[in-house]
Design a protein. Structure first.
Length: 233
């Protein structure tokens, strides 16, 4: 018995129907695809936030009483301004303005650690992230910036493959760029957002230059209110 084959007309009709289905389904599938940049951003944010809280809650690393000059300060509200070496043998080499960067490099098992005194530490991690951590300080101003590159040193702010964060003296972590702020605000939705370029306009970002002039609860530290005792020399 002869098997009946499809005619060319039938094949063309079938291909046309499949093409229409694909055209309809493609945008829907695209909207369901996870945003890899957002996932990387949230991973970096959570890594910074959780490890920062872990180290500042350890009094052997960030003591709440800090001596500078002839004054003792109670820095329990702003523990990160304590740049003294930790009373902890694991991290006792971390001190000065590179203390936090050094601690993070240790906690995250960083490779290719490079310290540039007095303010900068850079390193990479085995997930392909490159980290740059700097301390920003001035009169009554103190905060850290953490820059994370998700693309092995080739990341770009414009392509959302590099982001910066501010770590406040109290240990809070804030995204600097508008895209980062948007990603954090919508963290429960991992899908690519076709309207992201429009929605990101709702976010203003953080100016590092403005922070250097002191911004309450972010970079300003009222040192005169923290004095515990004056020492006589």
């Amino acid at each position: 018995m002869k098997k009946k084959a499809f005619t060319i007309a039938e094949l063309l009709i079938t291909l046309g129907i499949l093409g229409i289905i694909a055209a309809i389904a493609a945008p829907m599938l695209s909207n369901l695809r996870p945003d890899s940049n957002k996932i990387s951003f949230l991973k970096a944010y959570d890594t910074i936030a959780s490890n920062t809280q872990k180290i500042i809650s350890d009094a052997s690393i960030y003591a709440h009483v800090y001596k500078e000059g002839n004054k003792y300060y109670n820095v329990s509200k702003y523990p990160m301004i304590n740049t003294d070496a930790p009373n902890n043998q694991t991290f006792d080499s971390c001190s000065g303005y590179t203390k936090y960067g050094c601690l993070m490099a240790n906690v995250l098992d960083g490779d290719n650690v490079k310290t540039t005194l007095p303010y900068y530490v850079s390193f990479s991690t085995n997930n392909g992230f490159k980290w740059d951590i700097s301390c920003n300080t001035g009169t009554k101003v103190f905060f850290h910036t953490v820059s994370v590159d998700f693309d092995n040193g080739k990341g770009s702010y414009a392509k959302q493959t590099r982001f910066s964060f501010v770590v406040t003296p109290s240990g809070n972590v804030l995204p600097v760029e508008p895209y980062g702020q948007m990603y954090l605000a919508t963290r429960n939705d991992y899908k690519k957002d076709k309207d992201a370029k429009t929605k990101v306009a709702e976010y203003t970002g953080i100016s590092i230059g403005t922070l250097m002039h002191g911004v309450e609860d972010i970079s300003y530290v009222p040192m005169e209110d923290l004095v515990l005792e004056y020492l006589e020399y």
